[in-house]
Each structure stands twice: as structure tokens, then as C-alpha cells.
Design a protein around this ligand. Structure first.
Ligand code: NAI
Length: 319
């Protein structure tokens, strides 16, 4: 099974680390030898105001236990500044945990431009900005570990969270592409959808659940995914209460709704609907290339091809 997973010599930037999940990540990385940049803007859960107190408290906590940590108080919108703190204080950046978050829940009709923009700025643009600033350093070091924090609200949708769920699902797309672009530089990127008691969830969960779902039951997955020995990338995980599960896409075999002589019509779609939506023989596609390959196969069967590859109209299956 191997020994303890250590992070000696590694520099970790945790955004929104002044409390909740981010604080727990920062504490656990520091406990295992990493130098940690504790970033937190210190505003309200709706993204208003700012303060140095949240980040300072966690830095003091880490230092009191003999760990290495430094505070950064910039908003994640300004990723360069966060990474600059890591480089200035510790000389490198190895691991980025995109965790900072706010909520501005409203039913769809009541969402203002500000509610939409602020959520996207913090979650999606913030994770982009911080990761982009760290990327060249990771490439140069031929090592990097990035975590994107999505949510079950993004994956499945959630009443009153149109702004948040859109941004959170955007993070899955960002994570997927970074995992592809990072491969040749030993940079991995994974997305987690955590559930834990925090000031965000105390607005929607009963107090007993907030107390029971400890951030400690999420953090070890983040550490595992960010260890140098872990190569997994492009994953999407649900995690909470100590339970962890991986998600993936599923696609039906589908149906072609035309022939070489009969055109595609709304009626032909209707007539194939049961087959289009039948998951009994579903496969698990993992790349955009699979779709292109499949479509070239369909064209080959119906129209004599495009001069490209063949697919025989059958879907490639992947794990
Ligand atoms: P939290 O409110 O306890 O912690 C979030 C921290 O981010 C706060 O300390 C806040 O000051 C900081 N922050 C907010 N905007 C910032 C900005 N622009 N720049 C820097 N720091 C900023 O929340 P929690 O629950 O620990 O959430 C952490 C992440 O996990 C968030 O991205 C959240 O959306 C996500 N999440 C949490 C779930 C849960 O069950 N707690 C469920 C699904 C997702």
C-alpha cells in the first residue's frame, strides 16, 4: 500500500482557504510538509467586502503547528497576484486548489446581471485566472497538480442556482481541457463536487447536517489527487461524509434518422426516439475525437464517405 503521502518541498496555493473546505485543505497539506499560500479575500458569502482576518487566522494556525504558510488577500480574479505570492515567498508553485466560492442564489427570473457576473467572476474566471498564472511555472517544472471545484448543483442543476450551476459546469469543461493540454508536462487536472458543512451550506442545510458533514471527510481526496505519485487526470468525483465516487458520461447507441435516399425529418426523429433514448447498450465516450470518428463512419455508410476514416457507423466503446 506504500507509506504516508508527503508533500515536502511542494508549494501549494489554496484559494478561499480562510475557512470551510479551503482551510481544511491548507491545514492538511501543511501537516504533510507542503509550503502553503493561504489565499482568501475575506468577504461575505455573497461576495461583498473584504478582510485579511480569514487568511491570517489559518496562516497562524498552520505556523503554530510548525508548518509553512503565507497569506494572500487578493481576489482570485487576479490570478497573477496569487501566484506571485507563491513565487516570491517560496520560489515555485506546484499545486493549485481552485476552491474560493460565493453564492448568490435566486430563482432564474430574479437573477440580476450582477448575480450572474459575480458568480462567474469568482468561480469560473477566478479558476481560469489562477490556473493560467500557475501554468507556465508548472510546464517549466514538468510537474503540476490542479483541482477544480465543481458542484452537484452544476452536474445535475439545482433550483435557485442557475448562475452557480452554469459556472460550476463550466469548471468541468475547463478541467477536461486542462487535463488534455497538461498531459505532456505531467500536469494533471481533476474536478471535485464536494459536500460539506460550511457557511455556504448552512444557508441551505439543517444544522445537524452542517455539523456532521465535516470538511475533513473531503480533503483527503484532494491530497491524494495532488500527490506526485497520482497520475489520474480529467476525473470528476463526488465526495462527502468520507464517501468518494467517480462520474463519467454515458451515451446511447443512438440511431441514424435518414438513409441514402430518405431525408432526415422531424417524423424520422420521432420514429427513432425509443432507440435514441435507449440506454440499455450505452457506452462511455471519453473524447471529442470519438464523436468525429463516429460521424465519419455514418457518412461513409450513407453517402460513400468523406475520404476520411471509417467507423462503420458503430460507436467505439471506451472505459
Ligand atoms: P466557504 O464560504 O466556507 O469558503 C469559501 C471561501 O472563499 C471563503 O473564505 C471566502 O472568503 C473565499 N472567497 C470568496 N470569494 C473569493 C475571491 N474572489 N477570492 C478569494 N477568496 C474568495 O465555502 P465552502 O463551502 O468551503 O466552499 C468551498 C468551495 O466548494 C466553493 O467553490 C463552493 O462553491 C464549493 N462547494 C461547496 C459545497 C459544500 O457542500 N460546502 C458544495 C459544492 C461546492
Amino acid at each position: 500500500m506504500g507509506g504516508p503521502l508527503r508533500f515536502d518541498g511542494k508549494v501549494v496555493l489554496v484559494t478561499g482557504a480562510g475557512q470551510g473546505l479551503g482551510r481544511q485543505y491548507a491545514l492538511q497539506f501543511a501537516e504533510r510538509g507542503a509550503a502553503v499560500v493561504v489565499n482568501d479575500l475575506g468577504g461575505s458569502f455573497k461576495g461583498e467586502g473584504q478582510s485579511t482576518r480569514a487568511a491570517d487566522t489559518v496562516v497562524e494556525e498552520i505556523r503554530a503547528k510548525g508548518g509553512k504558510a503565507v497569506a494572500n488577500y487578493d481576489s482570485v480574479e487576479f490570478g497573477e497576484k496569487l501566484v506571485e505570492t507563491a513565487i516570491k515567498e517560496f520560489g515555485r508553485i506546484d499545486i493549485v486548489i481552485n476552491n474560493a466560492g460565493i453564492l448568490r442564489d435566486k430563482s432564474f427570473a430574479r437573477i440580476s446581471d450582477l448575480d450572474w457576473d459575480l458568480i462567474h467572476k469568482v468561480h469560473l474566471r477566478g479558476s481560469f485566472s489562477v490556473s493560467r498564472a500557475a501554468w507556465p511555472h508548472m510546464r517549466k517544472n514538468n510537474f503540476g497538480r490542479i483541482i477544480m471545484t465543481t458542484s452537484v448543483a452544476g452536474i445535475f442543476g439545482n433550483f435557485g442556482q442557475a448562475n452557480y450551476s452554469a459556472a460550476k459546469m463550466g469548471l468541468v469543461g475547463l478541467s477536461n481541457t486542462l487535463s488534455l493540454e497538461g498531459k505532456k508536462y505531467n500536469i494533471t487536472c481533476n474536478a471535485i463536487a464536494p459536500t460539506a458543512g460550511s457557511r455556504l451550506t448552512e444557508t441551505v442545510m439543517p444544522p445537524e447536517l452542517v455539523a456532521a458533514l465535516k470538511p475533513e471527510y473531503v480533503a483527503p481526496l484532494v491530497l491524494y489527487l495532488c500527490h506526485e505519485g497520482t497520475q489520474d487526470t480529467g476525473g470528476l468525483f463526488e465526495v462527502g461524509a468520507g464517501w468518494i465516487a467517480k462520474l463519467r458520461w454515458q451515451r446511447t447507441i443512438g440511431a441514424v434518422c435518414r438513409t441514402s435516399t430518405v431525408p432526415m425529418t422531424p417524423e424520422s426523429v420521432r420514429d427513432q426516439w425509443d432507440k435514441i433514448t435507449d440506454f440499455s447498450e450505452a457506452i462511455h465516450p471519453v473524447s471529442a475525437a470519438e464523436t468525429t470518428h463516429h460521424l465519419i463512419g455514418v457518412l461513409g455508410e450513407l453517402d460513400g464517405g468523406t475520404g476520411g476514416g471509417t467507423g462503420g457507423g458503430k460507436q467505439a466503446s471506451s472505459k
